[in-house]
Ligand binder design. Structure first.
Ligand code: ATP
Length: 490
């Protein structure tokens, strides 16, 4: 088995995630999380919450509806512009994104080209169906939103939201008032988004139903060239790849402002995202970079658009996990026009529509990335070296054998610990097997109750990453586990 197959096998066997409704064959682009996957997802979301909401006391989470009326997406531009170029084979009906077919055959990027440009390239290179060699139809545009009919008889047209962001925009004025009319404010949403992707692939990398964690930061555009916490990031070095360049380079945030001419307020949030990946999640610096999107590639609503990418072995290189977008006043202005409700604020002695910087994470992609990146092997066995803070369990408790009172003692310890930690209990199979099972799902600490425990009230603690063991007094157990989890290192 290669790395991707091994990871896939663990995900299916051990309760991470798999194709939804698999007993009926499933539909591409829909996945279900099992019990381990759900624990990791919840931990990742909580880490995200604590980190990004912690950036400013005026950043909060809201929970808007996933179904929104058509007007929202007319205003936002999604109805007109949220499309991908699609092409179909005249002979076998095979359907694919036109830019993707070209990319697979010509090994270049064609994202963002118009359907006319794509048609020309298809003609020039005499591209045919990659499945049957048949002739391709002309390229057309397909809107990626899922329309739905709401209510009985006189139906109202709505859409499953393709991004959580619109939920923050339509609630902006209410939150601005509730938050006592100050800026900047941040409205975060962690929730489902839906896109009818033409060809979902790469497991959870491209889904039709997925979870986003997005933060919309509303600010006064006259203050874009400063950030109150600038000093804390100005010397941080990040690896960046400029649009049109082949080589990434390391630059400080100060240089991003001075040389690349990005506004400080924007760079501050790029730096925060970079820190989340390198400091909180612990990705090594050389595996993380920011890529500037070209004019063709940028989403239609963005004035500045940089993607954070992580190098992922099973997906063949650097892949986008998060975007930092300067959406200008695009959304609020459009909602003002469409709804007739003013989105202006009166602040700093002027009336204006706030601008928005958006931090946009795909949670599912990020979880897959963690599993792919931190998958490792020791003596031919799988060890998932996840950062401790996103490991499904903090610790697992085992009795060495299931007799002589060891099991009762182990259960007692498990019960005490499970009030404070995500804790797992296992008494089946050999101790070696139990260690291997925990290594495979990424549990950082295994606690074993053996015959010495009955004599001296100590247990062994085993480190997932080295298999080294130490002996700890039961009275010190909670404090020791807390320290290890906090430190992120055994
Ligand atoms: P891509 O270029 O991969 O289609 P995008 O640039 O359209 O993504 P955005 O619209 O900026 O993505 O969405 C923000 C984030 O949501 C992305 O960085 C990604 O992590 C996640 N995301 C977007 N589309 C999907 C999808 N189909 N499946 C899973 N996650 C997604």
């Amino acid at each position: 088995m290669d790395r991707a197959e091994k990871i896939d096998s663990i995900m299916k066997r051990r309760g991470f995630l798999w194709r939804s409704s698999e007993i009926y064959g499933g539909i591409s682009g829909f996945y279900d999380y099992g019990h381990i996957g759900t624990l990791i997802k919840r931990k990742f979301e909580n880490l995200w919450r604590h980190f990004f909401l912690g950036l400013n006391p005026m950043f909060f989470e809201i929970s808007p509806s996933t179904i929104m009326p058509e007007e929202v997406f007319k205003a936002s531009g999604h109805l007109e512009h949220f499309t991908d170029p699609i092409v179909r084979c005249k002979k076998c009906d095979f359907v694919e994104r036109a830019d993707q077919i070209l990319e697979n055959i010509l090994h270049e990027k064609f994202e963002g080209l118009s359907k006319e440009e794509l048609n020309e390239i298809i003609k020039k290179h005499k591209i045919r169906c990659p499945k049957c060699g048949g002739e391709l139809e002309e390229v057309s545009e397909m809107n990626l939103m899922f329309p739905i009919e709401i209510g009985p008889f006189k139906k109202v047209r709505g859409y499953l939201r393709p991004e959580t962001a619109q939920g923050a925009y339509v609630n902006f004025t209410k939150e601005f008032n509730a938050l006592r009319k100050r800026l900047p404010i941040g409205l975060a949403v962690i929730g489902k988004a839906f896109r009818n992707e033409i060809s979902p692939r790469g497991g959870v990398y491209r889904l039709r139903e997925f979870t986003q964690a997005e933060l919309q930061i509303f600010f006064d555009p006259d203050e874009i060239n400063d950030h109150e916490d600038w000093e804390s990031v100005k010397d941080l070095n990040m690896i960046v790849l400029l649009a049109g360049s082949e080589d990434a380079k390391e630059v400080s945030c100060e240089e991003m402002v001075e040389d690349i001419r990005l506004p400080k307020f924007y760079v501050y949030y790029m730096a925060s995202v970079y820190k989340f990946y390198t400091e909180v999640l612990g990705y090594p610096k050389d595996s993380v970079r920011f890529r500037e999107l070209s004019e063709d590639e940028k989403s239609f609503y963005n004035k500045l658009h940089w993607d954070l990418e992580v190098k992922l072995e099973t997906l063949g290189g650097f892949k986008e996990l998060c975007g930092v977008h300067y959406r200008y006043d695009h959304d609020l202005s459009s909602h003002e026009k469409m709804s007739g409700e003013s989105q202006k604020v009166f602040l700093n002695e002027k009336k204006f529509i706030p601008h928005v910087i958006e931090i946009s994470f795909g949670i599912d992609r990020n979880i897959y990335a963690l599993i792919d990146f931190f998958y490792d092997e020791r003596d031919g066995k799988s060890v998932l070296k996840l950062p401790f803070k996103v490991s499904p369990f903090d610790c697992a408790v085992f009795p060495l054998v299931k007799r002589d009172g060891l099991d009762e003692r182990a259960i007692e310890i498990y019960k005490n610990l499970s009030g404070h930690f995500d804790c797992y209990y296992d008494d089946s199979g050999s101790i070696g097997r139990r260690y291997a099972r925990q290594d495979e799902i990424g549990t950082p600490i295994c606690i074993t109750v053996d015959y010495d425990t009955l004599k001296d009230n100590t247990v062994t603690l085993r480190d997932r990453d080295t298999a080294n063991q130490i002996r700890v007094k039961i009275g010190d157990l909670s404090a020791t586990i807390s320290k290890i989890i906090q430190r992120g290192k055994f």
